[in-house]
Write a protein that binds this ligand. Structure first.
Ligand code: NDP
Length: 254
């Protein structure tokens, strides 16, 4: 269906070499997009590219550390050099350091904010001129349940993910006239490398998530594919500034 057809589109997914980013990249590739995976870990990227190739997708890896503005600008320039266009940007790269608030160093605070929030801003800023010139585009920012809730062990993470929602709204208002839609996705608890670490560090987390989630299970990266296709395609042309939970009902359950 044309509303969900991404044929001829080019998508950049930061942190697309694994986890949720790869789940979204696979979804968009299956809808017809060429995908650029951006990240730092080349070995992980090779595995991800093999998975995409096995599905017949057009995909490349471009090394980029999103905490550096120049790397974000180079990522966009390299995408334009290789594909001639950039239609979709997924700001998915993220990290967390779990500690009580009183125990963070200043460097740890900045590392989480720089990766999750500043990185998303820098990549959006880098992508804007190409999208404006092309007459439109789609930006998808990855928030979290921590965009909505607090947790004792996630102060910088929660600050960054709350910031993602407000940044999304600000960018959406700024760039709507350029036909660029900017939306956020708030994943629930998804089984990835990030949450495997969390489950090792936080006693009882695995069971608590299963019990509280109305769907009764953890999510998997493929659960994010559909929302990515929707927010990347024509079907969402009048949807902007939203923050859509994809969480099996976690955020509406008591
Ligand atoms: P992963 O750890 O599997 O993925 C994180 C990705 O971010 C990695 O591919 C990593 O690639 C990339 N990344 C980290 N730092 C940088 C950097 N400085 N520059 C470029 N890329 C970077 O975790 P998830 O898939 O779970 O997380 C993806 C996103 O989803 C994150 O924003 C996370 O906060 C969010 N999220 C996850 C949830 C979950 O339950 N899993 C729930 C809610 C939100 P590399 O190692 O190559 O740099």
């Amino acid at each position: 269906m044309q509303l969900f057809d991404l044929t001829g589109k080019v998508a950049v997914v930061t942190g697309g070499n694994g986890g949720i980013g790869l789940g979204m990249a696979i979804g968009m590739a299956e809808a017809g997009a060429a995908v650029v995976l951006a990240g730092r870990d080349v070995a992980k990227a090779e595995t991800a590219l093999a998975e995409l190739a096995a599905r017949g997708a057009t995909a490349r890896f471009i090394a980029a550390d999103v905490t550096r503005g120049q790397a974000c600008r180079d990522l966009v320039a390299e995408t334009l050099a290789q594909f001639g266009r950039l239609d979709i940007l997924v700001n998915n790269a993220g990290t967390s350091i779990r500690k009580m608030p009183q125990d963070y160093t200043e460097a740890e605070w900045h590392h989480v904010l720089d990766t999750n929030l500043t990185g998303a801003f820098l990549c959006s800023q880098a992508a804007y001129p190409a999208m404006k010139q092309a007459g439109g585009g789609k930006m998808i920012n990855i928030g979290s349940m921590m965009s909505l809730f607090g947790a004792p062990y996630a102060t910088p993470y929660a600050a960054s993910k709350g910031g993602i929602v407000q940044m999304t709204r600000a960018l959406a208002t700024a760039w709507a006239k350029d036909h660029i839609q900017v939306n956020a996705v708030l994943p629930g608890w998804i089984d990835t490398e990030l949450t495997r670490t969390a489950r090792r560090q936080v006693d009882g987390l695995h069971e608590r998530v299963e019990t509280r989630t109305p769907a009764g299970r953890w999510g998997v990266p493929a659960d994010l594919a559909g929302v990515a296709v929707f927010l990347a395609g024509k079907g969402s042309d009048f949807v902007t500034g939203t923050a859509i939970p994809v969480d099996g009902g976690f955020s509406i359950a008591t």
